[in-house]
Design a protein around this ligand. Sequence first.
Ligand code: GDP
Length: 360
Amino acid sequence: ALTIGIVGLPNVGKSTLFNALTRAEVLAANYPFATIDPNVGMVPLPDPRLGQLAEVFGSEKLVPASVSFVDIAGIVKGASEGEGLGNKFLANIREADAICQVTRAFADPDVTRVEGSTDPSNDMEVITTELILADLQTIENSMQRLEKDTKRGLVDAAVLPNVVKAKALLETGKTLYQGADDAGVDVAALRELQLMTAKPFIYVFNTDEEGLADASSQKALKNLVAPAEAIFLDAKFEAELIELDEDEAAEMLESTGQEESGLAQLARVGFDTLGLQTYLTAGPKESRAWTIPKGATAPQAAGVIHTDFERGFIKAEIVSIDHLLEAGSMAEAKAKGKVRIEGKDYVMKDGDVVEFRFNV
Ligand code: GDP
């Protein structure tokens, strides 16, 4: 499964956030995975449609999709030089499919800041600089080999010029994720280098009650990280919220003027940033959300349930969840002509409720 690596300077609230994420995993009903890895938090993707679907079918249980987060401790100034934890830290980041940077935006004078940490934009710069320096090192280390291999025709001719452009961009202090498009860098050509700043970024600002209510400072931080997404949450509050039952949690959220918990936002944005979407299946036993890459075709979607389903795919019976809920039952949706038969070239849409037909 695709994972999001959580990084940030010490004492910014990463563990607090990660503990809330793993707690969410443990509390999720019908936990579909057998073992729980302490370094991975599988967070259910919030999707109110699943409950509505379960009502239509009288499903016994709900199985939401999930997003996995990995706690990557150890970034400090100098991490890119590979001191101590540095190397392991960088290896862990390389394995993640997206990077979630946590920065501190809460005021609490009782919690000391590590050296070099002053405010969110400075924290971000420290972390980003380390990642950029690490990428520059990767590029420098591979340059000679790439030049040789290009001459011998062992490497695609598009790689080297893109590496040169990427280097120039990184030297201006920009990540590839932020600047590749404008600088005309084809990141696909750089894939084998596994550059960290080419991964999608999400920014979490761990803030307090005041910060959550401060729309203008949020706007400024949002602009600073765009096109990456910014999420504002209070990690300590999230850790308390996750212990409450659904009704109490909703009340507590409302009392602070938030519409959705920070964890729910993080799961949603993370899922989207990873380039994923869901489709739904339903029956008396369960209503379930299945994870597919955006742009997946019907047979590929079937393959997520079972590889045999992909191989033996014949067709898919599909109704959009909105049409189904409006009709109130599958039979009524059919009678209204809302259930479509789609073939092997069909590209799945968000909210498709599906039944596959296949040969085994
Ligand atoms: P990490 O080093 O980044 O993993 O940070 P921790 O999660 O261990 O948090 C460091 C300290 O900050 C702990 O004492 C936390 O209780 C505290 N802390 C974390 N998040 C918040 C927050 O949102 N508000 C306040 N006031 N304190 C927090």
